[in-house]
Design a binder for this molecule. Structure first.
Ligand code: SF4
Length: 217
């Protein structure tokens, strides 16, 4: 089975606890105002890859150890069957290799919608951050973009790792963005604060670097 993938990165250290595999799925029908990942919106068939190949990549990059997998997008639940296949593959790897990594998934859908339509997928997750990004609302808690977004531990493993983070704020001085350079493109990973991307663009311009195509407008 194929899955539409925007990007995969390891290690990710700003979207969940510890060193994580980050998977950003391609395609989002929600289209929140203020989204900084507009490049993930089109369900572009050119982004298709076999779930088995993605799992093989995960095994390869994280062979020396890791703490978790973060699945974001795009909207992961816009691809329910590939997402379920990916989660089943991760669970099988975890069990067969005796690993204890957790799986955290973001969604822009309300929790009630996910519970109604995708209960079987939720049962495969350790933690979930649901609800659409709300540009007009205050900044959210740790690993979240706006304060309507909750962090929900969904399994005993999720409870053990995330319960203490549910009410945790994002510390002003904490690292919140990573930058990676891949194929001549700059990737910003994490949850920017309001105005961060415009400020970054201005800083680059001041140093003679004009950002061409950006994902936040
Ligand atoms: S913030 Fe997430 S759910 Fe909202 S439009 Fe962007 S990718 Fe989609």
């Amino acid at each position: 089975m194929d899955i539409l993938l925007n990007k995969a990165h390891f290690p990710v250290t700003v979207l969940g606890p510890g060193r994580r595999i980050g998977l950003w799925l391609q395609g989002c029908t929600i289209r929140c105002k203020g989204c900084v990942s507009r490049d993930t919106w089109p369900a572009d068939p050119a982004r298709a890859m076999p779930v088995a190949a993605l799992l093989a990549w995960c095994r390869k990059v994280a062979a020396d150890g890791f703490d978790g997998v973060t699945i974001s997008g795009g909207e992961p639940f816009d691809q329910p069957k590939p997402l379920a296949a990916l989660l089943d593959g991760l669970a099988a790897w975890r069990a067969s290799a005796g690993l204890d990594f957790d799986i955290l998934c973001y969604s822009g859908h309300p929790l009630k919608t996910l519970e109604k339509r995708h209960a079987k997928i939720l049962a495969r997750l350790d933690a979930l951050i649901p609800e659409p990004y709300a540009d007009g609302r205050p900044l959210g808690g740790l690993w979240r973009g706006s304060d309507n977004q909750t962090l929900l531990p969904l399994s005993p493993r999720g409870q053990a790792r995330y319960a203490a983070c549910v009410a945790a704020p994002q510390a002003e001085d904490a690292k919140r963005m990573q930058v990676s350079l891949q194929d001549g493109r700059l990737w910003f990973i994490g949850i920017p604060h309001r105005g961060d991307m415009a400020a970054l663009e201005e800083l680059c311009r001041a140093r003679g670097l004009e950002l061409g195509q950006v994902s936040w407008r």
